[in-house]
Design a protein around this ligand. Structure first.
Ligand code: ADP
Ligand code: MG
Length: 677
């Protein structure tokens, strides 16, 4: 039987159960997987003369062995040395810890050795013996302990020997021509066995496009399926919604009005809404959510909003109730969190199911089993990035298929928007309410702590309030509490004229409530807190935030924290106290001082960190690309998206002969991508 792409790797000779397992651990199940397992780099085996080689350079010398191999052993370690006559120069070549190699090295034999050159000693520290037949580039594969790069190279060679020239193209011909991409067979050949850098680059370019294109095709198909999936056309009361907007204590910004229109149109349409609302901290997303939920209520349905923390859920519940009340709208808003007493909880669940509750605000408790709605019209997920993909999905289960409005204040750079959230429609609030003054951020070293406290005092003297944020100590929550408590005691002494409050995750819920209410009413002027205040908390009179050991926080988190000030008319300040040790630490803080634009920060963060480490890949739902780099190859990713969208919009694309391999490939792999919804 001839080998096919869908065969298991065990079809290759030399692959028994153990090796098959090792390959599977690398994600290589089939021959197709193996041939798509591209090298992550190539060793330049470019052969040169010693006189052309710089000190410390990696190089391949080809020559004749001039002196017999001498093995020296030092306990477990060893050195094997030979003389190698390269052209007319003698080079001393040393292999470390490979004593067995001596038997392959006979005087007079011609060999090529790849290694690092020491010019002063005319010596080469060998990395490996190179088969004399290879010149050009040697592929280096990512490997595990259980399997060597060389083994993978051999298996690829074996498979390629049988399949060479027979691979169908996944990227349609028209696109390959338009973007000068290689035929699939050339792509594989150039990726695994390039003769030179030109070939390896061309191979990588085509492979990256193919990878992005397949990814985007899957995403577009999921999106299409989701849109076909009938949602519900909410017949909301236009007049009532307009009246509500009229009666708000402020006028919506242009950006808010625009996204409200987008959302209302989605709600009214029979398709299911799956929309991501991005808006920087303080841009006013909550009121947009309130309008969407109110629209659902006017249509006889319910609204739900899910927040990542209890504090935030409570604040939303209060804020929403107040907002509706002041507009003279009578509806019932309830809070459902895990902190409720059993009897209260039972009552709320009952009233949710009977439809007695119009709007429910909650934490994860909202997506637990046993929560049923009478008729959920729209589910809002606040601070979207804090929720896992599973929880997003869960809200959509349970028979109902409410419209989804996911909100995030973590600005999503384009890379992420078209990968992790690619299946969603996106609305952006790119404007802050009028009168907001940009927050002034400064960085002080830890030694300047007193200076920071002076700044804080000056703000307090003006009648403003302050946050002091202590870092999360990852090693232990106990240390965390000790640390925040120490800072709290210190500040109580330093600021005898003011009331200082202490907030951390271990406090009982009642205490947290009392404290937050006290801070909101200005009974407490200084709030010393761990990152529990990171998201959402809204006290417009707070004008200064001190962040201790700021280098312990990630950039996105610092930006979130900073967003707790600058929410009212006061000029606000953030002071970062830190002595960053790494370059990344320094640049991160410098970026915060330079700009308050969350989108710019997010893009910078992405560049500083590289795509491998965005928000912790798992959390962000960032797919794991093997060849392409969604940050560096953003243009290509964008093009892949556009082309995928164009293709799925063609009515007959699945029937076209040229697309058959693509259709097959997508149908066998779609199942694995279901978790993107
Ligand atoms: P975020 O987008 O960070 O969730 P919020 O919804 O909490 O922002 O809004 C921040 C603050 O701005 C709140 O106090 C809110 O009442 C206020 N706000 C929202 N929209 C406007 C507006 N158009 N004009 C003035 N203030 C507004
Ligand atoms: Mg918010």
């Amino acid at each position: 039987m001839p080998l096919t792409l869908t065969d298991k790797v065990s079809a290759l000779s030399g692959v028994g159960p153990k090796r098959e397992q090792a390959l599977q651990d690398l994600g290589i199940f089939t021959i197709d997987d193996l041939l798509s397992y591209y090298p992550y780099r190539y060793d330049d085996l470019g052969e040169r003369l010693p006189s052309e080689t710089l000190d410390g350079e990696k190089v391949t010398f080809k020559g004749v062995i001039s002196t017999p191999a001498v093995v020296r052993r030092y306990g477990k370690r060893s050195q094997t040395a030979i003389g190698l006559l390269v052209d007319r120069e003698n080079v001393r070549v040393t292999f470390f810890n490979q004593p067995w190699i001596a038997k392959n090295l006979e005087v007079g034999q011609e060999v090529a050795v790849y290694g690092t050159y020491n010019a002063a000693k005319a010596a080469l520290t060998a990395i490996k013996l190179v088969p004399a037949s290879i010149d050009g580039l040697a592929p280096i594969y990512p490997v595990s302990k259980a399997i060597k790069a060389k083994t993978i190279a051999e298996l690829v060679e074996q498979a390629w020997g049988q399949l060479r020239g027979s691979l169908p193209n996944l990227v349609p011909t028209a696109l390959r021509e338009k973007y000068r991409l290689l035929d699939k067979n050339q792509q594989v050949e150039y990726s695994h066995f390039p003769k030179d850098k030109v070939e390896s680059k061309a191979g990588r370019r085509s492979a990256a496009f193919e990878e992005f294109f397949l990814f985007q095709m899957r995403l577009q198909l999921i999106k299409q399926a989701d849109q076909r999936f009938l949602g519900e056309a909410l017949n909301y009361d236009k007049k009532q919604v307009a009246d509500f907007i009229q009666s708000l204590p402020f006028q919506l910004t242009g950006a808010q009005q625009r996204v409200v229109d987008e959302i209302l149109a989605d709600q009214a349409a029979p398709q299911h809404m799956n929309r991501l609302l991005q808006g920087d901290v303080g841009s006013g997303k909550t009121v947009v959510a309130a309008i969407a939920m109110y629209a659902a209520v006017t249509a006889g349905a319910q609204g739900a909003i899910m927040a990542p923390t209890e504090i935030l859920a409570q604040q939303h519940a209060k804020g929403l109730a107040k907002l509706f009340e002041s507009a003279g709208i009578h509806l019932r808003v309830e809070l459902l969190t895990s902190g409720l007493k059993a009897a209260q909880r039972r009552q709320i669940l009952e009233d949710l199911e009977s439809g007695d509750i119009d709007i429910v605000v909650g934490t994860h408790a909202l997506v637990q089993d046993g929560v049923y709605f009478h008729h959920l019209g729209v589910a809002v997920i606040d601070e979207q990035h804090r929720f896992g993909v599973k929880q997003r999905a869960k809200l959509r289960e349970g028979g109902v298929n409410p419209d989804i409005l996911a909100m995030t204040a973590t600005p999503i750079p384009r890379t992420l928007a078209i990968t992790a959230y690619g299946e969603m429609e996106v609305s952006i609030i790119d404007e802050l309410p009028a009168g907001r003054k940009p927050i002034i951020t400064s960085q002080l070293s830890n030694r300047q702590y007193d200076q920071a406290i002076d700044l804080l005092r000056a703000e307090l003297a003006k009648g403003a309030q302050a946050y002091v944020v202590t870092p999360l100590i990852e090693e232990s929550e106990t240390l965390d509490v000790q640390n925040v408590t120490a800072v709290y005691q210190e500040l109580q002494e330093a600021l005898p004229d003011y009331t200082v409050g202490l907030l951390h995750g271990r406090l009982p819920k009642e205490d947290k409530d009392v404290l937050m209410a006290g801070f909101a009413n200005n009974d407490v002027q200084v709030l010393v807190a761990t990152t529990v205040i990171e998201v959402g908390v809204d006290v417009p009179n707070a004008s200064i935030m001190l962040i201790l050991d700021a280098d312990r926080f990630g950039l996105a988190q610092l930006h979130q924290l900073r967003g707790r000030v600058g929410r009212g008319d006061r000029q606000s300040y953030t002071v970062l106290l830190a002595d960053p040790k790494t370059d990344y630490g320094k640049e991160r803080l410098a970026a915060l001082v330079q700009t308050t634009d969350g989108f710019e920060l997010a893009q910078r963060d992405l560049e500083l960190r590289g795509s491998g480490d965005i928000l912790g890949t798992k959390q962000s739902g960032m797919p794991d690309f093997k060849v392409g780099d969604p940050v560096k190859d953003l243009t290509m990713l964008t093009i892949a998206q556009e082309e995928a969208l164009k293709l799925v919009r063609q009515p007959d694309w699945e029937q076209e002969v040229d697309n058959q391999a693509l259709v097959d490939k997508l149908s066998t792999t779609m199942a694995a991508y279901r978790h993107f919804d």
